[in-house]
Design a protein around this ligand. Structure first.
Ligand SMILES: Cc1cc2nc3c(=O)[nH]c(=O)nc-3n(C[C@H](O)[C@H](O)[C@H](O)COP(=O)(O)O)c2cc1C
Length: 201
């Protein structure tokens, strides 16, 4: 049994954490991005299926390729962010079940029809995207998630023409990662109260 985390940690992860729209000119080394992934990968998924895949975009060239597929308001902040991650789903994630769930390799067949792959891929891949954001915050980074982009365009640009597994990746959402600036942070929006969003049965 673990103790509750201290208030300062809860503030960093939740209460004080904000969606960022501008970025300090402070480098985020690849080692830190790898550390984020190494935490995020530990979050739970159905039968450990781990369908999310992450393309971390940082070069000027790749950022420019991405920019063509972003909604207008997302272009400048994405260009300015040290890293932008395309959170994608490997639509053939089930091929890795023998590795990920070795005591029952038959789990491949739970996920391998197109409908099941779509449903479980989206559910678990989105969870993994959320784990990634919390992992980034836990390591002192800030996030700016975005769904304002042309997913089919991003898939054509980055995945469809790749050889091997990457050609089966489909983008889910994007997230800028870096050290956030206070500039452009919106006033905090209301959240639903327990009474509005929850029931106890
Ligand atoms: C999946 C997802 C997609 C989002 N898409 C966009 C987007 O395309 N453009 C944008 O400016 N903000 C986008 N946002 C940011 C949300 O509006 C923001 O996280 C929300 O209002 C809460 O803000 P807060 O974290 O500062 O409280 C997105 C957030 C999420 C989680």
């Amino acid at each position: 049994m673990a103790d509750p985390l201290p208030d300062a940690t809860l503030d960093q992860l939740f209460r004080g954490a904000r969606t960022r729209n501008a970025w300090l000119k402070k480098t985020v080394p690849e080692t830190l991005i790898r550390a984020v992934y190494d935490l995020a990968k530990m979050g739970p998924t159905s039968a450990n299926c781990s369908p999310a895949r992450f393309l971390f975009v940082t070069s000027k060239k790749a950022k420019a390729r991405l920019a063509h597929h972003l909604l207008g308001s997302n272009v400048a902040k994405t260009q300015a962010a040290p890293w932008t991650v395309i959170i994608a789903t490997d639509m053939q994630f089930y091929e890795k079940m023998p590795e990920l769930f070795p005591h029952n390799p038959g789990t491949r067949d739970w996920f391998s029809d197109a409908e099941a792959a779509k449903e479980h891929g989206m559910r678990n891949g989105s969870l993994q995207g959320a784990y990634l954001m919390l992992a980034a915050r836990a390591l002192g980074l800030d996030c700016g998630p975005m769904s304002g982009f042309d997913a089919a365009g991003v898939d054509r640009e980055f995945f469809a023409h790749e050889e091997g597994e990457m050609q089966h990746w489909k983008s889910n959402f994007l997230c800028n990662i870096g050290f956030g600036s206070e500039e452009g942070v919106f006033p905090r929006l209301p959240r639903l109260s327990f009474e509005d969003a929850c029931r106890i049965a």
